[in-house]
Design a protein around this ligand. Sequence first.
Ligand code: RIB
Length: 310
Amino acid sequence: MILVAGSANLDFVVRAPHIPAPGETVLGRDFKTFPGGKGANQAVASARAGGSPTHMLLGLGNDAFASPLESSLQSAGVTMHIVRTPDHPTGTAFICVSDDAENAITVAPGANAELRPEHLPSLAGFTHLLLQLETPLDTVTAYAQAARAKGVQVVLNAAPARPLPAELLALVDVLVVNEGELAVVSGHQGSIAACLERLAVPTVVVTLGHHGSCARHLGGFVLQSAFPITPVDTTGAGDTFCGSLVAALSQGKDLPTALRFASASSALACTRWGAQSSIPDTAEVQALLDASPISDPASESALRSFCGLN
Ligand code: RIB
């Protein structure tokens, strides 16, 4: 069983020709709201991947923005442990998606910032705890400590990027970052491989967009090329990767198999609008896996060189 502890936001999304520069106003179009938040996106991805049941600990305000977030988690099959904070609004995120599918996100944490160490439910029956950094760092650390004490695997998605105290890193079994987060967390500007080597965590996975992903694991490197797609909106792709990865690991899949599943799932998420609305279920992911070659030597070689592994 998987517990995701983290954020839930209502995403206010506008499409625009490009992401505005500081001081610039851009005329956008197609405004919509979507259920989002890194924690909730990851919980939905984990639940849609099937296998182990997924629970989520989240903070919500007593307001109208909470209801679409609860509905989305419920319809994905996530069991919710809600901390209701009447004095703090539900978290929101303001997202501009450019025509080339890039995004810029500003989060107003609201109730997410009210999650406290004492809110953690009993960890009995859980095998994995999945955390992110949109909730307070001392809370994240306390949850990781509690999980370690109970023998629950701790998976941390270090997003949004920030330097991490050694005390927290020492509690993490699997760390998932993107390229920018890897530089911040490792405090190093070298190659991907060199940054991965510097982190004293048993397994570190870095997602590299259209290049694919790379993990440092059991003293070696595991490479996974990206599945070729035409992206529409990359919002939530990293969260889809994290939730799908943990779901696959909790089903006993080995790391290369779990990476391949997570890569396929996040590729599909980039082909649709929104965060939770874009996350595929396991049948759709399996169909993509079945239709794709297990390996592609040319893209693997390009990925190896991108990571500085030649
Ligand atoms: O990772 C994407 C998510 O980041 C969005 O859904 C937004 O809510 C922010 O948390």
